[in-house]
Design a protein around this ligand. Structure first.
Ligand code: IVH
Length: 697
């Protein structure tokens, strides 16, 4: 590392910070990590090492100063009264010794002064803070970035272990912090159900718990057997308690479950004995644990020790090493997900790792296979780090069968034969046959019939699934030929004459469709409602659009240049559109559909000119929370506004998101109208309502 120049170090740190932020978002907001915990730790360790040597080069978005990831959009935000922190990790006995030594030194304790810790299991779930006022639950929040979390009150109320009212006596104000988690059996049952329903599986109980809590619809949360235990206090409107054990006793008395078995340990040898016992008996517990946590028992000491950046000095998580095993990789199969992503999966000779029989492992993506040179027939080393789906860490090349060949990743979809392409800079290869690929069909049909697209009432998720499974609807055009099966449908359970008649009517009503809705319904990647409108506005008719898009398949052609010249359509979006048209399965499905429909030419709505945004110049600055910048711009342009990058006296509106900088200040100086994100959305909504024309709705 000494060989790095400052410029190289800064560049590497910035790149690492970006990757860490990306993986934090996947883990904390999407509950769908792409890399193993071990790979993530490796990124963080490399970053930490660089940062120690070059602290002055740390990028602005310094991962060491941040806990988790900012709260996801969709939930309102909650500011934590007292920050919610994370824990530092210990992996070896030595790390635990060092932890105790640091504490002794910090507190300047004599060698013979006893150091007592509360040791407890560490369940990998989702941490939450529950606020009780006068004994009633008033708010529940996730950790978020430690300072601001998501408001999950409605969801937390559905969790059995979370009392609505405290058991008396209690202080007027009380915040209980703890972990929302799933028992192992409940987790397996949940995944089994999801598999049967064709839903993607959760990688581990932590993701399942987090995914269940982060549901905008609390009835979904309620259907998951979530549990909660308390392990700490936040704000509390009463005299401080004396010890961590005292806190545990009180948490229990107020009506919460505790994480058991816990033990008061005096000194490091007792901690390590607890650790070994827990490691040996972890599978006898009803939930998965990934280590144990040690906390200094005396609260006055906890207070003196305080925090460094993201974690307390007075506590540490002692993690279990990931379990490993060796087995033969029999075959690499390619699965196609609902969004068309091709995922390689290893079929293994069954083997027990960490108490679970494993016969499959994810290989993540094409690059991962190449990087580790994983081949069919290889003896591979597996690791299960709390995850149900284990990782392949390495290949034993010395035992490779003779004549083995490097794995060639398919460039066509194994499900439908369409081309499978990689986007620039992306690891994932995707099937381009979105309209006909069976793995994507249900998702696409659902989008096609959804409210903002064809808006066909009476064709909900369940019916789409039923009709698709029975091969009555295979591609969107089939919806408009459903009439042929009318008599048969009327006989069906749960349908009946009346509801079939209604559905047929709803379908017929959409045989004429506005061009923008039609384009949106196709589900071309990155072509949302606003972009579809821009395209419709520009190309006017379906025939013209189709012809131009066929010509735009060639980058640099006149048609391509015309496409990217549309304000708000960049090369990445244009490429996705071109890819859609490159796939013959798609154009066939498109033409088939066009045969069934009357696609109305786009008419510039007369009301456009009355839109409050028509002809106005607007500048967006700061982070938008309800929609991305690109979408906001597209929306403004669709309403006839001109979007500019800089503020001048000619600017009519400046929309300021979070963390807006100099542009907001300049707007104020120039006396330009400044709008908050909500005000802008309201203005845009007024404009949209004016735009509604009969052929549009
Ligand atoms: S104490 C200020 N105790 O692990 C210290 N955390 O990796 C707050 N966790 O953010 C944490 N079991 O979500 C504590 N017995 C336990 C825990 C525990 C699981 C979680 C918690 C924390 C994360 C750190």
């Amino acid at each position: 590392m000494a060989a790095l120049t400052p410029i190289e170090a800064a560049a590497e740190m910035a790149a690492l910070a970006q990757q860490i932020a990306h993986h934090d978002r996947l883990y904390h907001q999407k509950d769908a990590p792409e890399i193993s915990d071990a790979d993530y730790d490796a990124l963080r360790n490399r970053y930490r090492a660089l940062r120690e040597q070059y602290p002055h080069l740390a990028p602005k978005d310094d991962p060491e100063q941040r806990v988790g990831a900012a709260p996801a959009a969709g939930f309102s935000k909650v500011m934590h009264s007292i920050a919610m922190l994370s824990l530092n990790n210990a992996f070896t006995d030595e790390d635990v010794e060092d932890f105790a030594t640091r504490i002794r030194r910090f507190l300047q304790l004599q060698d013979d002064e006893a150091l007592a810790f509360v040791a407890e299991p560490k369940i990998d779930g989702l941490s939450a803070s529950l606020r009780y006022e006068n004994g009633r639950l008033v708010q529940a929040a996730t950790r978020g970035d430690g300072t601001v979390g998501e408001n999950i009150t409605a969801n937390a109320r559905t969790i059995q272990d979370v009392p609505q009212t405290l058991r008396a006596p209690y202080p007027d104000l009380l915040e209980i912090r703890g972990e929302i988690y799933l028992n192992r059996e409940d987790f397996i049952a949940l995944n089994t159900r999801r598999e049967a329903e064709g839903e993607p599986l959760f990688a581990n109980p932590r993701n399942a718990a987090a995914g269940s809590v982060r549901q905008l619809d609390p009835s979904i949360t309620a259907s998951r057997p979530l549990r909660f235990f308390g392990y700490a206090l936040g704000q509390i409107g009463t005299n401080k308690l004396g010890s961590q054990n005292d806190i545990r006793d009180h948490i229990k008395r107020w009506g919460f479950a505790l994480n058991e078995p816990s033990r008061l340990c005096r000194g490091v040898p007792e901690l390590l004995a607890y650790y070994r016992e827990m490691a040996a008996s972890r599978y006898a517990l009803p939930f998965d644990i990934d280590g144990v946590v040690y906390k200094i028992n005396r609260l006055d000491w906890q207070e003196r020790l305080g925090f460094i950046s993201r974690a307390p000095r007075w506590a540490i998580a002692h993690k279990f090493p990931p379990e490993q095993a060796e087995t033969r990789l029999n075959k690499i199969v390619i699965q196609v997900g609902r969004t068309g992503a091709l995922t390689p999966v290893a079929e293994l000779e069954p083997v027990t790792v960490g108490g679970v029989v494993v016969s499959r492992a994810t290989l993540h993506n094409e690059d991962e296979i190449a990087r580790k040179d994983i081949r069919e027939g290889d003896i591979v080393r597996l690791q299960r780090a709390g995850d149900v789906i284990p990782q392949i860490t390495s290949v034993d090349v010395s035992r490779r069968p003779t004549g083995s060949k490097a794995f060639v990743f398919p460039d066509h979809c194994p499900e439908c034969g369409s081309r499978a392409e990689r986007e620039e800079g992306m690891a994932v290869r995707r099937c381009e046959g979105g309209l006909i690929c069976p793995s994507q069909a249900i998702e696409r049909l659902r989008h096609f019939t959804s409210r903002l697209a064809f808006n066909i009432e009476g064709l909900g998720d369940q019916r789409i699934r039923e009709l698709w499974e029975e091969k009555l609807i295979q591609s969107p055009a089939d919806i408009f030929r459903l009439q042929r099966h009318r008599a048969m449908l009327e006989q069906r359970e749960g349908w009946g004459e009346k509801s079939v008649a209604k559905l047929m009517q709803a379908i017929e009503a959409r045989r004429t469709i506005a061009l923008d809705k039609f384009i949106y319904a196709l589900g071309i990647r990155q072509v949302g409602e606003a972009t579809a409108k821009l395209l419709a506005r520009h190309y006017k008719s379906f025939a013209n659009w189709r012809a131009c898009m066929m010509n735009a398949r060639e980058e640099g052609s006149a048609a391509w240049n015309d496409l990217i010249a549309i304000e708000q359509i960049g090369t990445l979006v244009a490429r996705d559109i071109a890819r859609f048209f490159e796939e013959p399965h798609n154009t066939k499905a498109l033409d088939d559909l066009a045969q069934e429909l009357t696609i109305a030419d786009y008419e510039t709505p007369a009301a456009d000119q009355e839109s409050p945004l028509f002809g106005k110049t607007i500048v967006f600055t700061g982070t938008m929370e309800k929609m991305g910048r690109a979408e906001a711009k597209a929306k403004a342009e669709a309403l006839g506004a001109h979007v500019s990058g800089s503020v001048s006296a000619k600017t009519n509106y400046v929309v300021v998101g979070a963390d807006a900088g100099s542009k907001a200040t300049k707007a104020k100086e120039l006396g330009v109208t400044v709008l908050s994100e909500d005000e802008w959305l309201a203005l845009a909504e007024t404009g949209r309502n004016m735009q509604k024309t009969p052929n549009n709705r």
